[in-house]
Design a protein around this ligand. Structure first.
Ligand code: HEC
Ligand code: HEC
Length: 152
């Protein structure tokens, strides 16, 4: 029994880490992609989703988020280099088209199944894309249950 303990502790430690994202640094990304909303972790979408989004910034979810070409290419390369990963799951729709929203991915659905539809509409939340409203440490890349607090 005693011999099992270290393995059990390791498992607990790994579980606690399971929904933390490292936030790779990139000055232009932080400047250009965090003025209207938080800078989403690049790992949350696969490369083809980022490529599609970065290819049409003037029609960005009803906003004009266009930037000069040099910065656009630099940010695209940064996103592609850090895209996707083990936990990301599929980020395409049923027709195989890359999804542009993290909030439309199967993984997002699965993780938020318990959130009632009306909750997303609260004035304190406004949109599922407003991660920081409920994930109090989203800015640090921390999404684990421990740091979730749904506002009234
Ligand atoms: C001019 C404002 C503006 C800028 C600048 C901007 N965005 Fe957005 N972005 C939006 C809006 C508005 C939405 C939709 C938010 C919503 O549905 O609540 C959005 C949504 C997103 C989403 C999808 C969120 C979801 O629903 O999963 C991603 C990913 C995203 N932006 C990435 C970026 C990246 C990368 C950049 C930098 C190149 C950027 N944004 C710059 C306004 C902006
Ligand atoms: C209405 C509040 C709310 C908003 C807004 C929200 N979430 Fe969540 N999120 C939750 C709740 C509640 C859970 C489930 C916590 C649990 O029981 O593990 C969760 C779980 C998660 C998990 C899994 C955590 C784990 O330990 O398995 C991830 C990852 C996550 N959310 C990412 C996001 C991202 C990214 C955004 C923004 C694009 C977002 N969430 C927006 C409430 C929210």
């Amino acid at each position: 029994m005693k011999k099992l303990l270290p393995a059990a502790l390791l498992l607990v430690a790994l579980t606690a880490q399971a929904d933390s994202y490292s936030l790779p640094k990139h000055a232009a990304f932080e400047e250009e992609c965090s003025s209207c909303h938080m800078a989403y972790p690049p790992q949350m979408l696969h490369a083809d989703s980022w490529r599609a989004m970065m290819g049409d910034l003037s029609h960005h979810f009803g906003s004009d988020a266009s930037i000069d070409d040099k910065r656009r290419v630099a940010i695209t390369n940064f996103l592609l280099a850090n895209a996707g990963g083990r936990k990301t799951g599929d980020t395409r729709d049923a027709q195989g088209k890359p999804l542009l929203r993290i909030t439309q991915t199967a993984r997002f659905d699965k993780k938020h199944r318990e959130v009632p539809a009306a909750t997303w509409q609260r004035a304190s939340i406004k949109s599922p894309a407003n991660c920081g409203a409920c994930h109090t440490r989203a800015a640090a890349g921390e999404y684990s249950e421990r740091w979730v607090q749904i506002p009234k």
